[in-house]
Design a protein around this ligand. Structure first.
Ligand SMILES: [Mn+2]
Length: 503
């Protein structure tokens, strides 16, 4: 009933013309708004109220905006993209809100390709590079404009500014992002009527994919996605500063956790998850991935994110967590901590072996080295220890050749890091896994040993112990820098750090 009344009393609300593609976004919004929203209160709108709500609002346009700090970098990234695809129209969407349930949405996170090329993070945004001149492109950013006061959208639509907050105006966005900005509601029609070759980053915006369905091919679109992934293998100065900040904030989050271990013991692993999340939200945008807060045997489950277990003295806590900055770059750090502050003899033996493997891995990170080198260096150390401990029959060369150590090492030793925790995932094998390290690459080195609770091939005392140490390593001109070195790594340093924090 509220729905009917809202649309009847104000026929100008977008959505009255369902055939017009350019009003698709507001139409959805108007539909949403017309439903009872928030507190289950239904709204009926008199003509007098509708008229009243149109007036008496101050002009809040900002003319004092400076470009975002990475505006120069995003321009360079767009130039590199332009040079790779001359004469082709390139469409890079931010993505849309995803429904969580009924009228609530998941927190929005812009597609990394879009954030990387624009520095913007608005839902529904689209970057279009139109061929211009002989080889270049004209880039235009398409965004949802500020809510219309005249047609009531700003207070009657669920995505109106009164509900979700003020958006930047298109003119403000031009100043912020350093490129022309236009109304995103024109994009589907623009793409439908355009001629010439087009490529789209798929998977983020079904409306654009529909609009381009006859013009794009999966193969050509994949080439665009691969290029944008490979572009990000080498980080620029802005990105390195972001990753550095992400690691610093993450280190503070780990300290927070150590300080509340007693409260975690009184509750559950959730206390650790919540504690780290608080740091991530206050210093950054979010956590970069689901925090793994794995106490005791949970440490042997690689992606333990249920985090609902007990935290007990005498066991280890494997904490794998990262703060994501406001510009969406994430750290990815793991420490394995004795919950009572002291490793026992076996825990220390296993921990020290993983530390030694990580040291060997980090030492193999330098420009010109093969990407695979640090993994192989770390695996060799772990295989040596496993043979030494009598858990697998040597010689070490045989173990490595057959991969027998992998029963307990389980995963690769690292991955690229950046806007995605597993960054550059679409890069081709020859540029990533079979590639060579270059200055500006940032990757994790994270060996581990995991003895499952039900592993009958190891002595009982090993079972239920899992250790991983993970740091974020930047390749430099002459070697590497450990961006997460604020956190201790040796077993002795971990113990004294914990003692200090717990006072
Ligand atoms: Mn990792």
């Amino acid at each position: 009933m509220a729905e009917e009344q809202a649309t009847k009393t104000d026929p100008a609300i977008p959505g009255g013309e369902p055939t017009s593609e350019t009003t698709a976004a507001p139409a959805e919004n108007a539909e949403k708004a017309a439903k009872p929203r928030k507190n289950g209160v239904t709204r009926s709108v008199s003509d007098e109220l509708a008229e009243n709500m149109k007036q008496g609002w101050a002009d809040t346009e900002r003319v004092d905006l400076a470009p975002i700090p990475q505006a120069g970098h995003t321009a360079e990234r767009r130039a590199a993209l332009s040079a790779r695809f001359p004469g082709e129209r390139l469409v890079i969407p931010a993505g849309r809100l995803k429904t969580r349930s009924n009228d609530t949405d998941y927190p929005f996170r812009a597609a990394v390709e879009y954030a990387y090329l624009t520095g913007d993070q608005s839902e529904n945004g689209v970057l279009v590079l139109e061929p211009a001149g002989d080889t270049g492109h004209q880039a235009t950013l398409y965004l949802l404009p500020r809510s219309d006061r005249e047609n009531g959208e700003f207070w009657l639509s669920g995505q109106g500014e009164l509900w979700v907050g003020r958006r930047t105006s298109l003119t403000e966005a031009e100043r912020l992002y350093g490129l022309p900005v236009a109304d995103v509601r024109t994009v589907p029609e623009l793409l439908r009527s355009a001629s010439g070759p087009v490529r789209l980053v798929r998977g983020h915006d079904a409306t654009l994919q529909d609009a381009l369905t006859d013009k794009v091919t999966a193969e050509r679109d994949e080439e665009l996605r691969v290029f944008l992934s490979e572009m990000r293998l080498v980080k620029d100065d802005f990105e390195i500063a972001q990753l550095t900040h992400a690691c610093e904030a993450t280190a503070r989050g780990f300290e927070d956790v150590v300080r509340v271990l007693d409260r975690a013991k009184a509750t559950s692993e959730r206390y650790i998850e919540g504690t780290f999340f608080l740091r991530a939200r206050v210093e950054g945008n979010d956590i970069g991935y689901g925090s793994i807060c794995a106490a005791g045997p949970h440490a042997t489950t690689l992606h333990w994110v249920r985090n609902d277990g007990q935290v007990r003295d005498g066991e280890l806590l494997l904490l794998d967590a990262g703060v994501e900055t406001t510009e969406l770059y994430t750290a990815d750090v793991t420490r394995t901590l004795p919950i009572n502050g002291r490793f026992d003899a076996l825990q220390k033996k296993i921990y020290d072996a993983v530390y030694e493997a990580q040291e060997a891995g980090i030492a193999a990170v330098r420009p010109g080295a093969k990407y695979r080198d640090f993994h192989e260096a770390a695996q060799r150390v772990l295989a040596e220890r496993l043979v030494e401990w009598g858990l697998v029959e040597g010689p070490v060369e045989r173990v490595l050749e057959l991969g027998l150590q992998r029963r307990w090492t389980l995963h690769g030793t690292g991955h690229m890091l950046g806007l995605d925790v597993h960054d550059c995932a679409a890069a081709r094998q020859e540029t990533y896994v079979d590639g060579v390290l270059e200055p500006g690459m940032c990757l994790t080195v994270e060996p581990g040993l995991y003895f499952q609770l039900d592993d009958l091939t190891v002595p009982e005392e090993y079972r239920g112990i899992g250790v991983r140490i993970e740091d974020d390593i930047l390749v430099t001109e002459d070697g590497n820098v450990n961006l997460s070195a604020q956190l201790p790594r040796t077993s002795d340093d971990v113990e004294s750090w914990m003692a200090q924090l717990r006072g």
